[in-house]
Design a protein around this ligand. Sequence first.
Ligand SMILES: [Zn+2]
Ligand SMILES: [Zn+2]
Length: 361
Amino acid sequence: MPDPPIIPIRAAVLRTPGRPLKIERLEMEGPRDDEVLVRLVASGICHTDIDFCEGGASGPVVLGHEGSGVVERIGKAVKGIKPGDHVVLSYQSCGRCRPCRRGHPAGCQRFWEANFGFARLDGTNVLRGGVRGHFFGQSSFATHALATMRNLVKVPKSLPLELLAPLGCGLQTGAGTVMNSLAVRAGAGIAVFGAGSVGLAAVMAARIVKAKTIIAVDINPRRLKLACELGATHSINNRRSDLAASIKAITGGGVDYIVESTADHDMEQFAAELLNPGGKAALLSGASAPGGGLPGGRQVLSVIQGDAVPQKFIPKLIKLYLDGRFPFDRLVKFYDFTKINRAIADSKRGTTIKPVLLISH
Ligand SMILES: [Zn+2]
Ligand SMILES: [Zn+2]
């Protein structure tokens, strides 16, 4: 078999944890039979990217997992997409294990390898020169990425691709947790811990499913104000006031649902304590839910990607956006690709909720 053609790309490479990313020229293989070459137009920056920037991986890597772009070339076996189509990239899954075959890719038994393994599932790598890609099956901090039909979603050409980028992870996770994982009932009370992009997506989704009481909890007054504009009925600044007492003052007891998006250990503990009997809390940090039953039929779940099937859920979010019910454009701030380190710093400081890099136009 001849070697696949080599494509020159530019990518933001993490070489040393804690140090700025550097945009470098790299070489990438062309698509294999089941792969799709995408020219990236934009990429969101998500907290998981920032965690890796600080914690690092073994050896140089390309991060980024909220890509959007235009299909440039497809492998011989790819069906259902063609060059020129607009796509949003999401998380990767194996397609072969039991949860994948049953239509639940977020439960993929190889989820960790497929998304954080920095390689294809057969261990090979698309990038040359010792830099590794395939982060979430994409590595979208680059001019080009190789994806598969499992993590690519075709989107209408009438919408700006750069705006759609963050649907692939953060927004899907927040909204999917409310609509799929917790299946929040109309009339219920919900608290959302953390008013970043994931938490605000959860707030918007809670309004869509007609939750009655929607309480946003954060330490940043600006974010709390935005949460109220997007659908929260109450907000609590938990730096200034006691969380449990404030929730009790609002609801007269606890809440029926909690979305915990801060990844703060104390907040994760609180999640179980503030639930009404029969209530459900979702932890989004990847922390394992406490084993064993909680009193009163309360449940704490560890949720991945809002249990969303991207090819179904992202079009649904786009429709809600077009109907004016999921105004996620209010969370987004655009940065030129070369300003990636500035965008990361603004996200860490909390001045930008969802940075989106403009990679090509
Ligand atoms: Zn699988
Ligand atoms: Zn993410």
